[in-house]
Design a protein around this ligand. Structure first.
Ligand code: ADP
Length: 674
């Protein structure tokens, strides 16, 4: 990539480039046309947003574009702090010189990077030198008329640190927000940075990488690509670190592999994460059976509540189908706090293209010298500047009682003030039912317009699918993301292998021989004992005697069947290979698996499946009306029990007893309160 950057070196900022062209470049290039139609270009344009999001890059691309255009447009670029001088009156002179140069070389664009350093908020505490520089800049900008063919662009990461006078009409009258890139923008930025590579990673992998780099700004992505190259060099040419003379690196053959990117990803902490840690997280595979349906329902509701285009990264074109008079808003509530722990973060993840502003207990009280109401006003103001935006208010009840009367009134009136025309989605969560909320909050949401979504306690069906994962997928070690998928060493897998092996036992005598049948049988019996073990202490978990009898009979039948089969076995090499493969990975393509088990679905298979089903049913029965956090906790304990070959029934029992006790204590406390 050459050092001169044009618009093709920018990824994911098409809208910004179009606006900059229309507002800055075209008025200077086609001044006569603009004048004829009385179109007035802005005198100043302010770029703002988190660091590393491409503000300076867009300005320098604009400079390249200016020098390429037929009608030459000059470009003067200065850092805010470069214009300052320690000598009194010197800074003002520097500024005047810049504007004079612009007059002489017009049409011209003046670009002030880090303009907050040049024109900070004037206050009584500040020295008069700064105040004088700000006044000079204001005067110089006022001196430009609309046809002066000079446009000033300022860039800042801290828009609130700029003197408000500079943001009045006639000065920086247009503001352009540079957000953190969303998924598709990240994909484009990655493509830009690998554009010049000889051997590029596949598009599919870039898409995967983009999905794994949430919160990365443009410069983080650039750093990621650079670090991946370094990882590849380290891997391919470790000798350069020890070699004293220059070693020849064949850059044509240097291929940056997926593993290099993944390693680089681990080494980079995105700038945004260094500033705030937003709870943005997709639903984990583990909790999906419990919450996937709710997430889908909420997204359907949002489609009705939000104007068309808001839920995708497209332009907002239509109106919301909801007849509500206020801005799109939804309240996730209910006694189960999964809305705050899982659904809220998952929605932020889905809507990551919307700049997210969080109003929670930490943001409200983070500045000790600021009252809560001030923090709220500031937050909403900032959010309004980045429309379309998302305002996330998690767990409102955790801080509502901490607010004084004024702050509460301010909050509710701010919320009411956000009318339909404001494209801000307010996502609030509350750990109670809508009817139990304080009236002021409850009234902000209209249930008739679908603005209230109550998350119910997981149904029996959801709990069944949730706990089935323990046995079908080999526990959550296998459910986390792909990076940990290869980790099959954990003992939880033993259970699954036993189940799978028993499926194959009937038609795979050769496999049985390989894995030493005696040992296998012993292991199976041990596992079985732990499954079948019934704890009668509170009568909750009893697997009937009849069932045990049936098990014994089936076990006998299995032994007979096994011996008959082993005498008929054919030891075809390819078959053995397939089976080996399955036993190693724990699963295989369903079609193949069906082939292996079809026709010989034995009593053994049914026997094991029915044992597991019994166990799952027992768990489902015992966990009626349980909140999801407790279900998750039980899931983890069961996993641990499996790892240590412990007694699953006892673990469930222990939890049931503890939960009952907890409920009793809560009820007593409630009664006392009443
Ligand atoms: P800032 O917003 O702080 O001014 P810069 O424009 O200086 O950020 O970005 C720093 C570097 O990050 C750029 O030189 C560029 O390599 C990379 N970068 C940032 N945004 C983008 C983008 N949208 N497309 C491509 N590269 C980007």
């Amino acid at each position: 990539m050459s050092n001169l950057k044009d618009f093709s070196c920018i990824g994911g900022l098409e809208k910004h480039i179009r606006i900059v062209k229309e507002m800055v470049l075209f008025p200077l290039m086609y001044g006569d046309v603009y004048a004829k139609f009385n179109l007035r270009p802005p005198r100043g344009l302010l770029f703002y947003g988190p660091p590393g999001t491409g503000k300076t890059l867009v300005a320098s691309a604009l400079a390249t574009e200016c020098s390429n255009s037929e009608r030459k447009v000059s470009f003067i670029s200065r850092k805010g702090s470069d214009c300052l001088s320690k000598w009194v009156g010197e800074s003002e002179k520097k500024l005047e010189k810049i504007f004079l140069l612009a007059q002489q070389t017009k049409p011209c664009i003046i670009f002030f990077d880090e303009v907050d350093g040049l024109a900070p908020v004037r206050s009584s505490r500040q020295d008069f030198v700064h105040a004088s520089v700000v006044s000079t800049l204001l005067a110089l900008m006022d001196g430009l008329d609309n046809n002066s063919e000079i446009i000033v662009i300022g860039a800042t990461n801290r828009i609130d640190a700029i003197d408000p006078a500079l943001r009045r009409p006639g000065r920086f009258d247009k503001e352009l927000y540079f957000p953190l890139p969303c998924y598709s923008a990240r994909k484009e930025i990655l493509s830009v940075h690998i554009k010049s590579w000889k051997q590029k990673p596949a598009q599919k992998f870039l898409a995967y990488l983009a999905s794994k780099t949430l919160g990365f700004c443009g410069s983080d992505l650039q750093a990621l690509c650079a670090e991946a190259v370094m990882c590849s060099i380290r891997r391919n040419y470790p000798q350069i670190y020890t070699c004293k003379s220059k070693y020849h690196i064949n850059e044509r053959q240097l291929k940056v592999e997926k593993e290099d990117f993944l390693k680089a990803r681990q080494n980079i902490v995105p700038a945004s994460h260094r500033i705030i840690i937003a709870p943005i997280k997709n639903l984990s595979v583990k909790v999906q059976p419990l919450l996937q349906e709710d997430l889908a329902n909420i997204l359907t509701r949002l489609q009705m509540l939000c104007p068309t285009g808001m839920l995708t990264s497209d332009n907002i074109t239509g109106k919301a189908t909801s007849k509500s008079s206020v801005c799109p808003r939804i309240l996730l509530c209910g006694d189960d706090d999964s809305h705050t722990r899982h659904l809220g973060p998952a929605l932020l993840h889905t809507l990551e293209h919307l700049p997210c502003h969080i109003l929670d207990v930490t943001t409200l009280f983070e500045e000790t010298d600021k009252a809560a109401e001030e923090a709220m006003i500031q937050k909403i103001k900032t959010a309004r500047r980045t429309l379309p935006a998302l305002l996330y208010v998690p767990g409102i009840l955790t801080w509502w009682d901490l607010l004084n009367e004024t702050a509460r009134v301010v909050f509710t009136s701010l919320m009411r003030g956000l009318d339909r025309s404001v494209h801000m989605l307010v996502l609030m969560t509350a750990h109670c039912r809508h009817s139990n909320l304080p009236l002021e909050i409850a009234e902000l949401y209209d249930d008739n317009h679908g603005e209230v979504y109550e998350v119910r306690l997981p149904s029996a069906e959801k709990r069944r699918s949730f706990f089935k994962q323990l046995f079908i997928n080999g526990g959550s070690s296998n459910l986390s993301d792909c990076s940990s998928q290869g980790d099959y060493s954990s003992k939880t897998i033993v259970y699954r292998i036993i189940i799978e092996l028993n499926r194959f036992l009937t038609n795979a005598a050769d496999l049985v021989q390989i894995l030493s049948p005696k040992k296998l049988k012993g292991e199976n019996n041990r596992k079985l004992r732990s499954y079948v073990h019934s704890t009668n202490s509170n009568g909750l978990l009893e697997i009937s005697a009849a069932r045990s009898k049936k098990i014994k009979m089936e076990s006998k039948a299995r032994n007979k069947l096994g011996s008959v089969r082993s005498s008929h076995s054919t030891s075809s090499k390819s078959r053995t290979n397939i089976k080996r493969e399955y036993s190693a990975s724990g699963e295989g393509p369903p079609s193949k698996r069906q082939k292996l088990t079809s026709g010989v679905s034995s009593s053994t298979e049914k026997f094991f499946s029915s044992q597991i089903e019994d166990l799952i049913e027992m768990i489902v029965r015992s966990t009626n009306e349980w909140p999801s956090h407790l279900l998750e906790s039980l899931f983890s304990s069961l996993e641990l029990t499996m790892e240590h070959n412990g007694d699953l029934c006892a673990t469930v029992n222990e939890y049931v007893v503890r939960y009952e006790e907890l409920k009793r204590v809560k009820m007593r406390a409630q009664q006392e309160e009443d």
